[in-house]
Structures are given as structure tokens and as C-alpha cells.
Design a protein around this ligand. Structure first.
Ligand code: PRX
Length: 697
């Protein structure tokens, strides 16, 4: 597919192999496993942890035979399986009449059906014992006298009322079914309220992570032609204030190269008061959330939506400069989110469930908001950072609310390890019964620490593999039955058929590395890229004909367990966030001093991967620490702090092939300090490489 494929997956994977062996898995018994043509995997983890007997005895899925039978049925008769699940799990306004209409690569699930997501998450609980149960337990970041404290507990009934009222605010501001709205909020309950209110009236939301810059907000508004932005005066992060409204104001003034406003589609900005800091409001365009509420009632019937009505767009990095607007639709997405939350996290009515992801990422959509609420679960939301005011903030929250299930990212676990066991040891973590991880491969060291220190040796760990595109968890243990192996996401969820294949799309032998593909469509799969069906086809469905290409390298072992070895395209996974190297490169090149830039990843103990930028400057420009700082700040301004390069190395020239392509695989090797290996015969100028390997900075 043009411009999106890695030039050389073989060597990309080689870098991961080095990472696995030397950096992240220092104490592991490791041996090279047959590479096959694609990927060498050095990971050879031999420990197996069966589900603890006590956990298995009470689990929702506790019979291996039942799982095997149901999994077989879900693959052999997917329409029967998914049809039954859709009827059992979802509340329909009108029943669907066809499970799947599959015109590869375009899928329609549950055609003919009508339903509403907010009604499934809220209204269905109102006449049940769940009505007055906590839907959201929220803990704010600000700390008073060193003691964090602000909390709000919102029952299902209250949340229903808040959502209805805010949906009426959206209507009052002219928004209607099919319109797109940007949500750019801190981790406050209103983020969930805004999302649910959109779904209630059929407005399509696109949540933008609060760490993204004004430019990123503007680009997303422009791409989906959003009509409104929902934001706040600011949010708290590590004791300081993130100026969200100011960023929105800046975004709404940004112009393209022709001098046209990027954001001309925006008619309204609805502003939540969070910090109380003064912000500039433009009359006619900007309104305060709390003032608007005064003008609306609490009745707002849920709009019956077609199964395939767009539900949300979430932008994620691809390997070209432009973020991809991943589109999810109503019924299939909700079914995936609901079913996986219940089975993977073994939900019980008494659980207090905490997924630490921000709502700006897909994990926050599926496992903070939609999955838990559709199941009538209590979901915990925390506004701030894990180490503010002290590195025990997470453990304090778990003890305070009696959290039973914790779902977080390996990068956070590695940070906790670094901060030391004394912080969790200060708190009573006995309420915990299940732990989860997501976002990147977890190194067995971190898995073992999580198991021992946080889980007290008694909690199963579910290492869940999935993507923004997949909508819900795809490869995962079921905690009552699946023996876990540290570092593996284990086996596929019901209805999911993953395979590891070679360059020809042929399934490879066990323990051979290759590309991870999904062979069959599934209900919560993305339906496309907003406004770009060709790119959808090119990126996901052209690499291996007829299958969904994940972009991940993988190995499947003799027990059918999947081991992700990392990305094989030019997308990095930094602290659990996907960052397209091309995006960072185009941000760097937009700086007036930069002539050319290439961004690659190097292994990083804490973040998984770190961003290294090789930069050549225009003639006459002075390089040095000052420019380095300026460029890092420039990337923060263009994209956001998530994409800030860890290292900027100035180079006189970049290694290129004779046809002028930058040889990234060489840069990766330089960046990670490994020996330069592989074919260099196409390299145009060897002197460039020699200079790069001597880079002093
Ligand atoms: O490379 C895989 C990695 O994260 C990518 C998806 O990133 P994103 O769309 O941002 O979604 C993150 C949260 C679902 C995947 O292609 N990844 C995610 N979970 C795991 C993982 N790698 C290994 N193990 C996981 N459990």
C-alpha cells in the first residue's frame, strides 16, 4: 500500500529482537527461536500461572470445555454466535434482521436494528437494583495540605439525569444527529457525560486527548468538519493547570497554507468550569456549560439509531503524517465493548472497577465508559498523574474506594517498579482480585512485579491485546480458565481468528515470527477511516489479501499463545501511545531551521520505546542545545507532549538509498547503539553512516 508500509519489516523486527533480549528482559531465560523469513523472537518464557483455584471457583467463565466449545462455535458459525450475543447483551428498539453483510473490507453488522448506546448504558438500569448504585466514582487531582481528597460519586440515576440535561444543551446549541463534535476535556465525569449525551441524540463524538496541542485539535476539527467543541477552562495535571480553553482558542484561529481558517465548521464552543481560571470567551460562539444547564429540562428521549450509525471517530497515528480517523459504529462496537468487559474482567455486581486510561484513548472509550456502564459496573475515574502528590496515589485510591479490578499499562507498571515497593506497601490492597494490562508488550519482569507486589500473588493478570481499530479486546486470557505466561496475551477472544503469517499471507509454523492478521470480521471492528475509504483499504486490507493486517509482529507458540513483538510499520509505541514517526518528522520539518528529519525508535526501559530524531539543519544554522530545546518545544506545540523527542541528534546528512529514500533501519541501529547489520549496498554515501555512528550527542 503506497507510502504506509515498512520498507523492510525483516530488519525492523531485528531491532525488536535486540530490545527483547538485552534491554527489557535482562533476567530471562532467553534463546533465539526460529526466525523464519520475517521476525526473530528471543523471548522464551517458561513460567506458567494457572488461574488460582479460589478465583476459578467463582469466575463467570470457569470451564475450559465450555470455552473450547463456544470458541469453536464462534468461529465455525459466527453469525449464530454473534446473533445470540447481540440479543442477549444489547437492548434493541427494533430487532436487527441480518447479522452480517460482508462486502470485504466493508462490514455491516446487525442491519435493520435500532438501538441507542446511552440507553444501553443508562436507561436499562433505571428500573433495576443498579439505579442507585455508583456508576462513576471520581477522584480529582488537586491535593489540599498534601492530602488528596476531592471526590464525586454519581449514581446511575444521577448520571442518566446529567446526560439527558447535557444532551438537551447540545440540542439547544443546534447540534443534531450525524453532526460531529470534538470533546477536549480533562478526566472529569463531564467527559463521560459529554460522550454519552452525544450518543443519546446521535451526535458523533471525537475525543481529543488533553495532552494534544492546538494544532492537533485544529487538524481533527478540520478532518471531521466538527460543528462544536466541548472543552473546559482547564484541567489539573501534576499540580499545574493545562490551559484547554486557551488551546481551543488558538486552534480556532489557525489557518492553512492558503490562509483559510482550518476550523470554519465550528459554530459553538461549550465550556465547562473546572479550574475557575479566567479564560477568553467569544460571544455568540462560546457558552458556559453550567449556564446552559439553566435553560434545559431533564427529559431527553434516546434517539433510536441504526446499528451502523457512526458512534465515534478517534484519531490515531499511522505511518504517514496524517492521523487516521478511526470510525466505530453503534451496535457492533457496543456489543464488543460490553461482552469483553464482562468476560475478560469477570465482572460481578459488587466490583469496583478501575481502568486508568484517559478517555482520549480508545481504552478510555471502551473500558472506562462504554463497557463498564453497559454492564452496570462502578467505574473509577481519576483526573491526575500516578505520582502526584506522591508515588502512592494509585494505591491510595485503591484502598480508599476498595477497588477490586485494576486495568493499567505496562509503562505505568515499570514506573511503579522504579519508584519502589515501599509506596504500594503503605496501603491495603486486599480488595484487588484481578489485574489487567494493555497498550504494549509487558516484559516478564514487570508482569512478575505486578503479580507479586500489587496482586499479592493471588490475582490473575489479563494481558489484553487490541487496538483503536479493533474497538475491543481481541487476544486475552479469560481469568477463570486460562493459564497465563508472563508476556503473552495468550489466546483469542470468542469470534476472533488471529493468525501469524509470512509475507505471502501463509500461516507460519508455531514459534515462527510473522505478521499478525485477523482472518474474519468481528462486530467491533473499525468501519473505515473518516472520509477516506481508499486509505482504509490500503492500510488494513491490502498487505495480506482478505485479512485484516494489524501492523504488529507476532509469534504463536506451541500452545496457541500469541506473543506480540512490536510494530512492523513506522509506528512507535511510546509509553503505550502510538506515535507515527512521519507525524513527528513533519512537525520537525515545519520548523524554519530544519532541512530534513528522520524519527526512529530506540528501546527504553520505562517507556518501551523512546523517540530519537535525526535532524539536518539549513545552511548557516547553528546547532546545539538551544536549538535542540527549541525543536523539542516545537514538536510539543505542533502535536503535543506525547510526541516530544527524547533525543535529537544533529547530522550533516541522513543515510539514503541511491533513489533518495532515507534508510531508517540504519538509523534505528545507530539510535539503539547496536551493531550496523544487514544490506548496505544500496547506501549512497558511506561517509554519512560513518559520521552518524560517531554522533557525540
Ligand atoms: O502494538 C500493539 C500494542 O498497541 C497497539 C495498539 O495501539 P492503540 O491503537 O493505541 O491501542 C492501545 C490500546 C488498545 C497494538 O497494535 N498493544 C496493545 N496492547 C498490547 C499491545 N502489544 C502487546 N501486548 C498488548 N497487550
Amino acid at each position: 500500500m503506497p507510502g504506509e508500509k515498512s520498507a523492510n519489516p525483516t530488519l525492523d523486527a531485528g531491532v525488536f529482537a535486540v530490545r527483547l533480549e538485552n534491554q527489557i528482559y535482562p533476567n530471562m531465560e532467553s534463546k533465539a527461536i526460529d526466525a523464519g523469513p520475517n521476525i526473530t523472537s528471543f523471548l522464551h518464557e517458561t513460567r506458567v500461572f494457572p488461574p488460582p483455584a479460589e478465583f476459578a471457583a467463582q469466575a463467570n467463565v470457569n470451564s475450559q470445555e465450555d470455552y473450547d466449545r463456544l470458541y469453536r462455535q464462534s468461529i465455525e458459525q459466527p453469525e449464530e454466535f454473534w446473533g445470540t450475543q447481540a440479543n442477549q447483551e444489547l437492548c434493541w428498539e427494533r430487532p436487527w434482521d441480518q447479522v452480517l453483510d460482508w462486502q470485504p473490507p466493508f462490514a455491516k453488522w446487525f442491519s435493520g436494528g435500532l438501538l441507542n448506546v446511552s440507553a444501553n448504558c443508562l436507561d436499562q438500569h433505571l428500573d433495576t437494583p443498579v439505579a442507585n448504585k455508583a456508576a462513576i466514582i471520581w477522584e480529582g487531582e488537586p491535593a489540599e495540605n498534601g492530602m488528596p481528597g476531592e471526590e464525586r460519586i454519581i449514581t446511575y440515576r444521577q448520571l442518566h439525569r446529567d446526560v439527558c440535561r447535557f444532551a438537551n444543551v447540545l440540542k439547544r446549541n443546534g447540534l443534531k444527529k450525524g453532526d460531529r463534535v470534538i470533546i477536549y476535556l480533562p478526566m472529569v465525569p463531564e467527559a463521560a457525560i459529554a460522550m454519552l449525551a452525544c450518543t443519546r441524540i446521535g451526535v458523533v463524538h471525537s475525543v481529543v486527548f488533553g495532552g494534544f496541542s492546538a494544532q492537533s485539535v485544529a487538524d481533527r476539527i478540520h478532518d471531521c468538519q466538527a460543528r462544536a467543541v466541548i472543552t473546559s477552562d482547564g484541567g489539573y495535571r501534576r499540580g499545574s493547570i493545562v490551559p484547554l480553553k486557551k488551546n481551543v482558542n488558538d486552534a480556532l484561529n489557525l489557518k492553512n497554507a492558503e490562509g483559510d481558517l482550518l476550523t470554519a465548521s465550528i459554530g459553538k464552543v461549550i465550556v465547562l468550569r473546572r479550574t475557575g481560571e479566567p479564560v477568553a470567551m467569544q460571544s455568540g460562539r462560546d457558552v458556559w456549560w453550567h449556564e446552559e444547564l439553566r435553560h434545559v429540562g431533564i427529559e431527553c428521549p434516546a434517539e433510536p439509531m441504526e446499528s451502523e450509525a457512526p458512534l465515534f471517530i478517534l484519531y490515531t497515528s499511522g505511518s504517514t503524517g496524517k492521523p487516521k480517523g478511526i470510525l466505530h459504529t453503534t451496535a457492533g462496537y457496543l456489543l464488543g465493548a460490553k461482552l469483553t468487559t464482562r468476560l475478560v474482567f469477570d465482572l460481578k455486581p459488587t466490583d469496583v472497577y478501575w481502568c486508568t486510561a484517559d478517555v482520549g484513548w480508545v481504552t478510555g472509550h471502551s473500558y472506562v465508559v462504554y463497557g463498564p456502564l453497559a454492564n452496570g459496573t462502578t467505574t473509577v475515574i481519576y483526573e491526575g498523574a500516578p505520582n502526584y502528590p506522591e508515588p502512592d496515589r494509585f494505591w491510595r485510591i485503591i484502598a480508599k474506594y476498595g477497588v477490586t479490578i485494576l486495568y493499567t499499562a505496562p509503562t505505568a507498571i515499570r514506573a511503579f517498579m522504579k519508584w519502589g515497593e515501599e509506596w504500594p506497601r503503605k496501603h491495603n490492597l486486599h480488595s484487588l482480585r484481578l489485574l489487567g494490562t494493555v497498550g504494549e508488550p509487558i516484559n516478564p519482569e514487570a508482569w512478575m512485579w505486578y503479580h507479586r507486589v500489587i496482586g499479592g500473588g493471588r490475582c490473575p493478570i489479563v494481558d489484553t491485546w487490541w487496538q483503536t481499530e479493533t474497538g475491543s479486546i481481541m487476544i486475552t486470557p479469560l481469568p477463570g480458565i486460562t493459564p497465563t505466561k508472563p508476556g503473552s496475551g495468550t489466546r483469542p477472544f470468542f469470534g476472533i481468528l488471529p493468525e501469524v503469517v509470512d509475507d505471502n499471507g501463509v500461516k507460519v509454523a508455531p514459534n515462527t515470527g510473522g505478521k499478525l492478521v485477523i482472518r474474519k470480521p468481528w462486530p467491533s471492528m473499525l468501519r473505515g477511516l473518516w472520509g477516506d475509504p481508499q486509505r482504509y483499504q490500503d492500510v488494513y486490507w491490502s498487505e495480506v489479501r482478505g485479512s485484516y493486517f494489524t501492523g504488529d509482529g507476532c509469534r504463536c507458540d506451541e500452545d496457541g499463545y500469541f506473543w506480540i513483538v512490536g510494530r512492523i510499520d513506522d509506528v512507535l509505541n511510546v509509553a503505550g501511545h502510538r506515535i507515527g514517526t512521519a507525524e513527528v518528522e513533519s512537525a520537525l520539518v515545519s520548523h524554519p531551521s530544519v532541512a530534513e528529519a528522520a524519527v526512529v525508535g530506540r528501546p527504553d526501559d520505562l517507556k518501551g520505546q523512546a523517540l530519537v530524531a535525526f535532524v539536518t539543519v539549513k545552511s548557516g544554522i547553528q546547532t546545539g542545545q538551544q536549538l535542540r530545546n527549541e525543536l523539542r518545544n516545537h514538536v510539543v506545540k505542533e502535536i503535543g507532549a506525547v510526541a516530544k523527542p527524547d533525543d535529537i541528534r544533529f547530522a550533516e546528512a541522513l543515510p539514503k538509498t541511491r533513489s533518495g529514500k532515507i534508510m531508517r533501519r540504519l538509523l534505528k541501529q545507530v539510535a539503539s547503539g547496536t551493531e550496523i547489520k544487514g544490506d548496505t549496498t544500496t547506501l549512497e554515501d558511506f561517509a554519512v553512516l560513518a559520521k552518524l555512528t560517531q554522533v557525540e550527542e
